[in-house]
Design a protein around this ligand. Structure first.
Ligand code: AOS
Ligand code: ZN
Ligand code: ZN
Ligand code: ZN
Length: 425
């Protein structure tokens, strides 16, 4: 199943008149407010969000999976699914692989298939939170942090393997997320666990190619419930600083305790030029991995406000943008289209903020005015800007409507059958 030009044209034909009217109306309104609409559309066009290989099948890794039909059975089919997303929205030109869930069998074939679909390889993710079949020592009590040197060495070796795999595909970053921690006080030495982690990460860092980054992800709790070694941005930042210039902090939106001010974390990290990337998702309670923008769209907007300013005013390097969401109840491809759309909407809203007026209000301590300025942007319906960006790139005015009109899922079921379950996980 491939999305063709005529699929896009058919879908856009239904929507074009309405879309152009909305776009013209919005363009006029925004231009009157001094917004450079073309520039905003160009910036939206440039935003590309990587799709994680583990989000293309039903998730529910915690309690069980209720797979939908026509899921991709192997890495090739996963890349083909991302090709479908990218053909529709023109904003998902990369895959983020999880090793060993997605070890390529035939590198040349994988590279070629990805190339044909304009898909690149973003950060590769290592996995030391599960034991693999035949593994000599266990990660049950931690991996890079383990008090047992043999376990640490195995985990370091695995990360080097992941780098090697990524190199063969053209990746330029390694994301490390650790489940390491303790579930009960006294289970391990908090200080030694952190020191071991630093030591292990240093070995991985030394092995990292010169043009690569290592992205250190943090998470406050789960699967361990008393202490997590890399529990927060401060710990990740500390490790990234100690490791060196190729190490950065990765912010997963679901990895914060309730009410954490994530936009402030983003602002601080960018000021220090240490923000490496994102795992986008949304959550009500914890690491829920829900569709981006489904629960707290205002927070997402405020994060993009900091990002847009950070890009303009700091030297933070370009980011790895990835989705990390997976659950049981929606068609994963529709879910991913919704997530990417939500990210683009938040970015568009951030781009139309009247920065000059905001700075003035801040300078004058006019708090009410500052809030009005932010919320004026947030409350603007910017969907036409996002649709126009996609349309100009040859994508769908409404990716999800096009997906349904083409009947993509039925086509995939015809090809792959009703029992096809996503590999990995
Ligand atoms: C886990 O909570 C993290 O978000 C990781 O990024 C993890 O590698 C990913 O969710 C795949 O399991
Ligand atoms: Zn329970
Ligand atoms: Zn994550
Ligand atoms: Zn997570």
């Amino acid at each position: 199943m491939k999305i063709t030009q005529s699929h896009i044209e058919n879908s856009n034909a239904d929507l074009k008149k309405n879309h152009m009217e909305s776009f013209d109306f919005l363009s006029n309104q925004l231009s009157d407010k001094g917004v450079d609409v073309n520039l905003v559309v160009e910036k939206i066009k440039a935003l590309q969000i990587a799709i994680p290989s583990w989000a293309l099948g039903a998730g529910g890794t915690r309690f069980g999976r209720f797979s939908g039909a026509g899921e991709p059975a192997d890495l090739i089919q996963k890349i083909q699914d991302i090709g479908i997303i990218h053909a529709l929205n023109k904003s998902s030109n990369a895959v983020s692989l999880h090793i060993p869930w997605d070890i390529p069998q035939d590198y040349e074939a994988i590279r070629q298939i990805a190339k044909d679909l304009n898909i690149n390889f973003d950060a590769v993710n290592s996995n030391t939170f599960q034991d693999q079949a035949g593994q000599k020592v266990s990660y049950k009590y931690g991996s890079l942090a383990n008090s047992d040197k043999a376990v640490r060495e195995l985990a370091v070796e695995h990360n080097k393997e992941v780098i090697k795999i990524g190199e063969k595909l053209g990746s330029k970053a390694l994301t490390v997320w650790l489940a390491d921690g303790s579930s009960f006080p006294g289970q391990h030495s908090i200080r030694k666990a952190l020191a071991n982690t630093h030591d292990s990460l240093s070995s991985i860092y030394e092995y990292l190619p010169s043009d690569w980054k290592i992205l250190v992800e943090y998470k406050p709790y789960e699967p361990n419930f008393y202490s997590t070694v890399i529990q927060d941005w401060g710990t990740s930042f500390l490790l990234a600083n100690k490791l060196g210039p190729k190490a950065y902090t990765l912010v997963d939106l679901g990895h914060h305790l309730p009410n954490t001010n994530i936009e402030q974390i983003v602002a601080t990290l960018m000021t220090e030029e240490k923000l490496g990337g994102f795992h986008f998702n949304d959550s009500k309670y914890g690491d829920d991995d829900l569709t981006v923008g489904s629960i707290k769209p205002y927070q997402l907007f405020l994060i993009f406000h900091e990002l847009a300013q950070g890009f303009a005013e700091t030297n933070n390097p370009s980011l790895s943008w990835m989705i990390d969401a997976s659950h049981n109840v929606k068609d994963p491809l529709e879910d991913l289209l919704q997530s990417v759309e939500a990210i683009k909407l938040a970015y568009a809203q951030a781009l139309i903020i009247n920065q000059k007026a905001l700075e003035e209000a801040q300078q004058n301590h006019d708090t009410a005015k500052a809030q009005e300025i932010l919320q004026d942007a947030y409350r603007t319906d910017v969907r036409a800007l996002v649709s126009e960006a996609s349309r100009q790139l040859g994508g769908a005015i409404s990716p999800i409507k096009a997906y349904r009109k083409v009947g993509v899922r039925n086509e995939l079921i015809k090809e792959r059958g009703t029992d096809s379950k996503a590999s990995g996980l």
